[in-house]
Design a protein around this ligand. Structure first.
Ligand SMILES: CC(C)(COP(=O)(O)OP(=O)(O)OC[C@H]1O[C@@H](n2cnc3c(N)ncnc32)[C@H](O)[C@@H]1OP(=O)(O)O)[C@@H](O)C(=O)NCCC(=O)NCCS
Length: 220
């Protein structure tokens, strides 16, 4: 079945499958299993996302590769598939560029987040990093959150040594809020942005679809 037809059938039950954010050839949509398998291949590849050996520090993932890593990723993504509600919703979105799935971004509101706060996280295949796509994806997520889902604050976090992620965060207008040292000794730098700060960096011509049904689900 065509991926977009499958998404529109799934959207009748799970409205996150109806969300679509597009800008300049980059599209964010809920991944089908076929797209999850494409992403799992990147996850399983040694050095597919970060330099080998830095998975724990930069991603908080075990450093194994191959089938175990791929399977862990797919199971994690499947666990995010739940009907969204006011208390918690998670929208994993595949980053499609030129028709290929080359990364995953998650926009979410978790149980312990204050009302109106959303969090973002994302990764791209290493071969596609460093050409501005990470910043574009972040601004597309903020367009969805602030421009359409009525969020009032967005937060994110990255390991202190994650130069690219922290640079994207800073360039989008976030401010550091606090630092936290994990049990593994890695210092996580947390940052937040308001709609007013985002508006100064807002992308033009972002096309967003599927918001009404998603918002209706959050209202119960
Ligand atoms: C974080 C990530 C999504 C950013 O995407 P990207 O496409 O590489 O980002 P961009 O090209 O838009 O921007 C990267 C910026 O960081 C800068 N940068 C890259 N490596 C850097 C480093 N080691 N130290 C400081 N800055 C760095 C780039 O120069 C660029 O800055 P500029 O816009 O001023 O030129 C991507 O690098 C990634 O997937 N990394 C691995 C997964 C990951 O760490 N995810 C975040 C987990 S919290």
């Amino acid at each position: 079945m065509d991926a977009d037809l499958l998404r529109s059938d799934l959207a009748a039950l799970y409205p996150q499958f109806g969300l679509r954010v597009a800008h300049a050839g980059t599209v964010l949509v809920a991944p089908t299993d076929e797209e999850l398998l494409e992403l799992a291949e990147i996850v399983g590849e040694p050095g597919g996302i970060v330099e080998p050996g830095r998975e724990g520090e930069l991603l908080g993932w075990p450093s194994d590769t191959g089938r175990d890593a791929a399977r862990r990723f797919v199971e994690w993504a499947w666990r995010l598939r739940e009907a969204p509600g006011a208390a918690r919703w998670r929208a994993p979105l595949a980053v499609l560029d030129g028709g290929r799935a080359l990364g995953l971004a998650v926009l979410a509101h978790e149980l312990d987040d204050p009302a109106g706060t959303v969090r973002t996280s994302s990764w791209l295949a290493r071969a596609d990093q460093g050409r501005g796509l990470g910043r574009r994806v972040r601004l597309m997520l903020l367009e969805l959150a602030f421009g359409h889902l009525h969020a009032t604050r967005a937060v994110t976090g990255a390991a202190e040594g994650n130069g690219a992620s922290r640079r994207v965060t800073a360039r989008c207008g976030y401010r550091e809020t606090h630092r936290e040292t994990g049990a593994d000794g890695v210092v996580e730098v947390h940052a937040a942005i308001t709609p007013a700060a985002w508006r100064k960096r807002r992308l033009t011509d972002v096309d967003v679809e599927g918001v009404d049904a998603f918002l209706a689900a959050l209202d119960g």
